[in-house]
Ligand binder design. Sequence first.
Ligand SMILES: N=C(N)NCCCC[C@H](N)C(=O)O
Ligand SMILES: O=C(O)CCC(=O)C(=O)O
Ligand SMILES: [Fe+2]
Length: 330
Amino acid sequence: MATDFKSIPIIDIGPLLAKCDDPKMGQDSGVAQVVKQLDQACKEAGFFYVKGHGIPETLLKQVKNLTRKFFELPYEEKLKIKMTADSGYRGYQRIGENITKGVPDMHEAIDCYKELKPGMYGDLGKPMEGCNQWPIKPTNFKMLMEEYVSLCTELSRNIMRGIALALGGSPYEFEGERAGNAFWVMRLIGYPGVHSANDSDIPKEDIGCGAHTDYGLLTLVNQDDDITALQVRNHSGEWISAPPVPGTFVCNIGDMLKIYSNGLYESTLHQVINSSPKYRVCVAYFYETNFDTAVEPLDICKERTTGAKKFERAVYGEHLVKKVQTNFVY
Ligand SMILES: N=C(N)NCCCC[C@H](N)C(=O)O
Ligand SMILES: O=C(O)CCC(=O)C(=O)O
Ligand SMILES: [Fe+2]
């Protein structure tokens, strides 16, 4: 590790997307430039912004606006799509229901997951089976979110082609058996602002989401344009802000990519603190491996590290189920 990062790089992935369906994309000089930047960002920070990703900024705004509208509804209305274990952990969770390292998070959210057909992954998939619970109002909610998920899925697959090249593999390392039928998660999240309490001068600093790593391959964060709240931990233990850059996604590496890369890329700790008076909305999309994929360090990555594997194999679905079963207080 040369220097410790103090900010998060912005990468224009336009040249990668222009060639991402060409099997010889690795030989293109524009692609090579992007791949180099991805490699550096993944090694140094595990975080980077992407621009030139092709998803219209108007859509990025629309999904946040609809999310904000939902959270403005009365609590009883939101409870109509309450998340439970029986709903496959899909639906609405109130502020403080999600817990991170034993501490309730100051956020509310709707959690959505790729739908699993009953019995599809046997006992492994059972806890996550169920249908997504979409708000009935506004009516276009489901349609817009599903459109958004499909664009994020395609974009993530293409970024993963760049990351596969960055690791020294073929563009398709993360397709087929590994992530050719990628599982996905989407969290529509709302973080209340801080309101100065009348009865005390002590400034509150509520944790919107405690320090954690993401579980899968790659996360695409679509955050509000006017509030800096996401923080990323660097190697010295300092918290580095990821301020909003309108029109971009903040991307970060998940636990499964850490294992595949044999630690060459880390799933970086991050947290969210909304210390502004305004309510903050974030739509986080998580691109994962196939649900039942057993993940272990890639040979190409073992060669680039010490030769020995640093992580044991992990089944993504087991990792996710373990998390969701301990993430909530009821
Ligand atoms: N699907 C993902 N990555 N969700 C991120 C949520 C992080 C907070 C959770 N309580 C935790 O402790 O993991
Ligand atoms: O709100 C954010 O900016 C990030 C949320 C996050 O890290 C997560 O949901 O995993
Ligand atoms: Fe996260």
